[in-house]
Ligand binder design. Structure first.
Ligand code: ATP
Ligand code: FE
Length: 355
């Protein structure tokens, strides 16, 4: 079978082709058309601009994905598109494109939860048999999930305010670095001293795997203001030291809370010691390295998708679509965009409240 994946929930227009048979699969193409330039002047993603850009670029992304996969449009077996959560205008654009293709080709339409795409992304290349503990850490989310199967996730904790990706983006703005903030901070941090500024690590000494990142941002703002010169400029070394100190604080929070979450996970799944990370922030080498260490210290397997499948892409949507395809879990043309769509709301909980 050939599954076309479509992703348009934020500021990347993406399409991918996945080929699969009964027991194997391969990504044949994964095209991502970014919108960074369009939003540059506004210091953040502007939903209306994003929606229009998706509508303009989706056809091109799909054409390129088919061409790179070296297949005809009529070879497609099903089309899977992100149905939420995300910016509703972009999701609607992607769904309209998917519905048009499904109707014209008379093939199944599959609506995919973007977060399921991230949570299953370690499986695109490589093996991570269920169950595993997943830290999903992205631009809009940060949560620990017990992944029981393709469609069963149990949330055991997460951020109580900002997501780390969002915090990286805001931190970059505070430090005068470009967007997206994650890669910019990571790059600047290489020249900085992570111990130079003492930034807070909220909730670290408290039990539980809930996390908080909003205070960190405020502290960074204060630390920056203290080093500005008379012209309100920041010296390059201060910029790098602040970036490194910020990254170190986020890393510490994720690391310590992962240790806690993993111990809790092991109480439920002692026979399956596996820790997986996914989402844009999992592309950060320092964070990735420390999280790998958490798994190794616990004698557990560590799984993470390759960098290209950490940030938004359509290969993960095609893969999540494939898992629904195998269950014949198709959608009708009344499928609508869901701006909010928690991953664990569809499945019965095994932890009582599940929260
Ligand atoms: P969500 O998936 O929660 O809806 P999103 O789709 O916008 O949000 P992703 O595409 O998964 O999020 O990730 C983008 C985020 O990851 C951005 O906030 C970006 O700054 C961050 N990010 C990307 N690369 C890195 C990096 N190397 N280090 C830290 N953060 C990074
Ligand atoms: Fe995402």
């Amino acid at each position: 079978v050939y599954i076309l994946g479509i992703e348009s929930s934020c500021d990347d227009t993406a399409a991918a082709v996945l080929r699969a048979d009964a027991d194997s699969h391969a990504v044949l193409s994964s095209v991502v058309i970014g919108q960074t330039e369009l939003h540059k002047a506004f210091g953040g993603v502007v939903p209306e601009i994003a929606a229009r850009a998706h509508a303009e670029k989706l056809d091109l992304a799909v054409e390129q994905a088919l061409e790179e996969a070296n297949i005809q449009i009529t070879d497609l077996t099903a089309v899977a598109a992100t149905a939420g959560p995300g910016l509703v205008g972009g999701v609607v654009s992607g769904l309209m494109c998917a519905k048009g293709l499904a109707a014209a080709l008379n093939i199944p339409l599959i609506g995919v939860n973007h977060l399921a795409g991230h949570a299953l992304s370690p499986q695109i290349e490589g093996q991570s048999p269920f169950p595993y503990l997943m830290l999903l850490v992205s631009g809009g989310h940060c949560q620990f999930l017990i992944a029981k199967s393709d469609d069963k996730f149990i949330r055991i904790g997460g951020t109580i305010d900002d997501a780390p990706g969002e915090a990286f983006d805001k931190a970059a703005r505070i430090l005068g670095l470009p967007q997206p903030g994650g890669p910019a901070i990571e790059e600047a941090a290489k020249q900085g001293d992570p111990k130079c500024f003492d930034l807070p690590r909220p909730l670290l000494n408290r039990d539980g795997c809930d996390m908080s990142f909003s205070g960190l941002k405020t502290a960074l703002l204060r630390a920056r203001d203290a080093v500005l010169n008379d012209q309100n400029e920041i010296a390059r070394q201060d910029q790098c030291d602040l970036a490194a100190s910020f990254q170190a604080a986020v890393t510490d929070i994720l690391k310590v809370k992962s240790q806690w979450a993993f111990q809790r996970y092991l109480e439920f799944e002692p026979k399956h010691p596996c820790f997986a990370v996914a989402g844009g922030v999992a592309a950060n080498q320092t964070i990735r390295g420390d999280l790998k260490q958490v798994a190794q210290d616990a004698g557990a397997q560590f799984v993470a998708p390759p960098m290209k499948y950490c940030t938004d892409n359509a290969a993960m949507i095609a893969y999540a679509g494939l898992t629904k395809f195998k269950r014949s879990d198709f959608d009708g043309f009344d499928l609508s965009a869901r701006p909010r769509w928690p991953l664990d709301s569809e499945s019965p909980s095994m932890l009582g409240s599940g929260k």
